[in-house]
Design a protein around this ligand. Structure first.
Ligand code: GLC
Length: 504
């Protein structure tokens, strides 16, 4: 007879007749499945954007599941926050083969929220400011990926699932399939490769395959694409499954408009592709407790949000007017974020009663454009050219409308964060924006437009500014946005299902 014990574990109880000996109950405890996430950044240690947020919050959500043993590996950059670094535990060091070289690798460990984080140290590669943008990025991340596989015997930890994220971790999948899977300890490892943005594929010259990456020439076909080494292509070919960060984007990357040239590879491997929508860390992004805000609030009591708006206007030297809607953008200033649409119609939009706040860094031309716009519209436009997580929370909470008209958007987290703070999102229906924001007309949580067209965006923005004047309807909309479930719950289960499918 099967029953469930107090702690939820299955218990087998043997029926005992009067003449039978009563056996003690046998408790069958299944071993946890070992999952290793590898990536180039993770919050709270180091972050340049959405990838880090996902590694930090997905691993935490997965670790809540008692069936999984979740660990994460990232490089030990110089910029890893001191407040964490001082508590890292040094586990030892080893030498990692990389082409004809043999490189030092120190291993540090830190546990947080049920997740074990490992930091792989090599000062020549990572003791530099920032994470990327160096002439030898290919070699730096090749070292990192090779070290991920070399560290396994050192730790005595061979994961069942190796979950690699973006091109910087793509070589983990390639090394496993070309070098390590022939060793018995590695043969049961299954790899999942997640694409956070297909625009960044990790392309390098063909002649560094053996010398730098140390991949034997007979495997060149796996990684060669359009006369380059293409690490994302290689990881798609070598992984048991590959995924991307929203169901809509999983469909879009089969199309040349979105694929940056990789659509033939995506289509050929379509059977292995899944789309799982990202979540956000709802405990960190909680207007009720967030200490970066000028005042706290909730969907039940929105009074604090009015304070946030007033203080934001004051801080940014904007006229303090409760009835003027603030339209905000917090974004990397790059083309696929739809900035051309904004440039085309923002001055038309500014004829209406609104204030516009932009926060972000990126391409010089956009930085210049928005700086100049703010100069020309004092008291209406503020552009802050900076990456500032604390200020971003003040803008998310103080604004009324959050503009995100991306040309392509694998998932996007800002629209979810803004919604959680009661700032209604206005998005183009693409990728994760389409999967998280539904139009107000259909009882949804925001405003959307379909075609990549500036006039369509302007039309919907004008609709939003108009609805803003109807306080009752607007409050209902804010509450719908704030109570939409953007947590990891469902998606963390979807990843677990995918892991199990890969292990079957
Ligand atoms: C990338 C994508 C973004 C996504 C994030 C996390 O930054 O551009 O859309 O939300 O990764 O997956």
């Amino acid at each position: 007879m099967k029953q469930t014990s107090e702690n939820g574990l299955p218990v087998e109880i043997c029926e005992a007749g009067p003449e039978k000996k009563v056996e003690p109950p046998k408790i069958r405890v299944e071993a946890k499945k070992k999952v290793l996430l590898t990536a180039s950044e993770a919050t709270p240690f180091i972050s340049t954007g959405g990838l880090a947020e996902v590694i930090g919050s997905l691993s935490k959500a997965l670790a809540k599941n008692e069936r999984l043993d979740v660990r994460v590996m990232i490089p030990l950059y110089q910029d890893i926050k001191k407040e964490y670094r001082k508590d890292f535990r040094y586990l030892g060091n080893l030498f990692v083969p990389l082409g004809w070289r043999s490189q030092y690798c120190g291993v540090f460990e830190y546990r947080k929220d049920g997740v074990t984080f490992y930091f792989l140290d090599n000062e020549y590669y990572f003791k530099r400011p920032g994470c990327y943008g160096y002439y030898d990025d290919g070699e730096r991340f090749a070292f990192f990926c090779r070290a991920v596989l070399e560290v396994m015997p050192f730790l005595g930890f061979y994961p069942e699932i190796l979950h690699c994220h973006d091109w910087q971790a793509a070589l983990c999948a390639l090394y496993l399939k070309t070098i390590y899977c022939f060793r018995p300890e590695y043969q049961y490892i299954r790899t999942l490769f997640t694409i956070h943005n297909i625009e960044y594929q990790g392309k390098f010259s063909l002649d560094i395959l053996e010398d730098l990456f140390g991949i034997p020439a007979n495997f060149r076909h796996l990684v060669e694409y359009e006369r380059c080494l293409n690490l994302m292509k290689g990881a798609i070919e070598c992984s048991e499954r590959f995924s991307t960060v929203s169901p809509t984007y999983a469909g879009e990357i089969k199309d040349p408009f979105y694929s940056n040239g990789l659509d033939p590879i995506v289509r050929r491997n379509e059977g292995k592709l899944r789309g799982i929508l990202n979540g956000i860390d709802c405990a960190s992004y909680d207007p009720e407790t967030d200490r970066a805000l000028f005042a706290n609030y909730s969907a039940e009591d929105l009074s604090g949000k009015a304070v946030c708006k007033e203080e934001l206007q004051r801080m940014l030297n904007l006229p303090v007017r409760a009835e003027t809607p603030i339209v905000a953008m917090i974004s990397r200033l790059v083309a696929h974020k739809g900035l051309d649409l904004v440039k085309a119609v923002i001055e038309q939009a500014l004829r209406q009663d609104m204030q516009f706040v932009l926060l972000g860094t990126g391409d010089f031309a956009y930085e210049n454009y928005f700086t100049d716009l703010a100069r020309r519209y004092p008291g209406k436009v503020v552009s802050i050219i900076s990456f500032n997580p604390d200020l971003s929370r003040k803008v998310y909470s103080g604004a009324d409308i959050f503009l995100m008209p991306s040309k392509s958007e694998p998932c996007g987290l800002s629209q979810m964060i803004a919604s959680r703070y009661g700032t209604v999102a206005l998005v183009r229906e693409t990728g994760g924006l389409r999967d998280s924001i539904t139009p107000v007309g259909a009882g949804g949580n925001g405003f959307t437009f379909r075609d990549y067209n500036a006039q369509d965006m302007l039309y919907v923005l004008s609709e939003a500014l108009c609805l803003y004047r109807d306080k009752e309807e607007w409050t209902k909309l804010m509450k719908r946005a704030m109570t939409t479930d953007f947590s990891w719950g469902r998606s963390a289960f979807a990843y677990e299902d995918l892991y199990m499918e890969m292990l079957r």
